[in-house]
Design a protein around this ligand. Structure first.
Ligand SMILES: Cc1cc2nc3c(=O)[nH]c(=O)nc-3n(C[C@H](O)[C@H](O)[C@H](O)COP(=O)(O)OP(=O)(O)OC[C@H]3O[C@@H](n4cnc5c(N)ncnc54)[C@H](O)[C@@H]3O)c2cc1C
Length: 309
């Protein structure tokens, strides 16, 4: 085996794990596409413990710097690289990188996180970053004094609406059903805002616009009627998808594709594979939780690596 442990992912979970693994002198390989993870795009993170304010990119830099300070005899790192496949082999696992390179290890820690669920509507791909966006905190201010739409019905969608009402002319929330997953208190806050229109029970059919978004065509499910919302911006908040697709045939996943873990140890259904952070079926998604769960995984994996035959 090339390594005792391979860590997949360089977000808060993967970085925390790498620091702990290196300090325990486990022969470790960390492979990640990017550093810092999802909150990289945040302008101001205010709940990373010990740091009252930090931008997402500064957090990414500090995580990377911390991990790189342990690069050496025990920790090897490969960045800008995806893991494409994982296979069980006799004494461990073989991991195939997107370059085709194969690396083997006795154990794995999967911290590949999650990504935004993409809008399935005509024109959505073509107009992404041209008025259609998945990040209100990054792009919201560009739509000052404009009419915009938010698609979704969970907390992320409602919080996005509240954020946008501060500077957009109007915000229309469209949702596919007539009930919301968001907290009642947030829903009420949005409902009472005079700038907001809420449209439920609709399908999003088409994103309109030649070079830039000019509207959204929706279909009212009850009547079958089509309506065009004339807007300049579309903010999509329809949930997350797991980045763990490359091992879905290897470990047990839930109905959303999230890796099922034992919360006591972060073990997956396969002996020798641990997972932590947003790639797992953990209930809450936060940087501190991802980092903490990854530390828990390393504590558990260390004992297994050193004491199993
Ligand atoms: C816009 C936004 C703002 C947020 N703000 C906050 C906040 O203020 N406070 C807070 O606590 N939480 C915040 N969160 C949530 C927080 O970012 C996540 O809970 C956290 O990033 C999860 O960390 P993770 O390490 O599990 O996964 P991720 O952050 O998703 O990191 C996964 C890592 O794995 C890499 N990767 C993915 N697939 C592969 C692969 N196949 N091969 C190799 N590498 C791979 C990625 O490049 C990435 O580096 C925010 C999330 C978003 C989207």
């Amino acid at each position: 085996m090339d390594y005792e442990l391979i860590i997949v992912g360089g977000g808060p979970a993967g970085c925390a794990a790498a620091v702990y693994a290196a300090r325990k002198q486990l022969k470790t390989f960390l492979v990640t596409k990017e550093w810092g993870g999802q909150s990289n795009v945040s302008e101001d993170i205010q709940n990373w413990i010990g740091t009252p304010h930090i931008s997402g990119s500064d957090l990414a830099d500090s995580l990377k710097t911390h991990v790189l300070s342990y690069k050496g005899d025990f920790l090897n790192i490969k960045e800008n690289t995806l893991v494409n496949n994982v296979e069980k082999i006799n004494e461990g696992f073989s991991v195939t990188l997107e370059s085709g390179e194969i690396v083997t290890s006795k154990s794995l820690l999967i911290t590949a996180g999650s990504s935004r669920r993409k809008l399935d509507a005509i024109g959505a791909d073509r107009l992404e970053h041209k008025g259609l966006t998945y990040c209100a905190s990054c792009d919201g201010p560009l739509f000052s004094d404009m009419d915009v739409v938010v698609i979704g019905g969970g907390n992320a969608a409602f919080e996005t609406v509240l954020q946008l009402t501060a500077y957009c002319k109007s915000v229309t929330l469209v949702h596919r059903s007539d009930s919301f997953k968001a907290d009642e208190i947030t829903v009420e806050k949005v409902r009472s805002d005079s700038k907001v229109r809420i449209i439920t029970n609709v399908e999003t059919k088409e994103v309109l616009g030649e070079n830039f978004v000019s509207g959204l065509k929706i279909i009212h499910k009850d009547s079958g009627e089509e309506e065009t919302l004339e807007v300049s911006g579309i903010f999509v908040e329809i949930g997350q998808v797991s980045n763990g697709g490359f091992l879905q045939d290897t470990v047990e996943v839930d109905q959303f594709g999230k890796i099922v873990v034992d919360p006591w140890t972060q073990k997956t259904s396969v002996e020798g594979i641990w997972a932590a952070g947003d790639v797992t079926n953990v209930r809450y998604h936060q940087n501190n939780i991802a980092a903490g769960d990854a530390v828990k995984a390393i504590e558990d994996a260390y004992i297994w690596i050193k004491h199993s035959k």
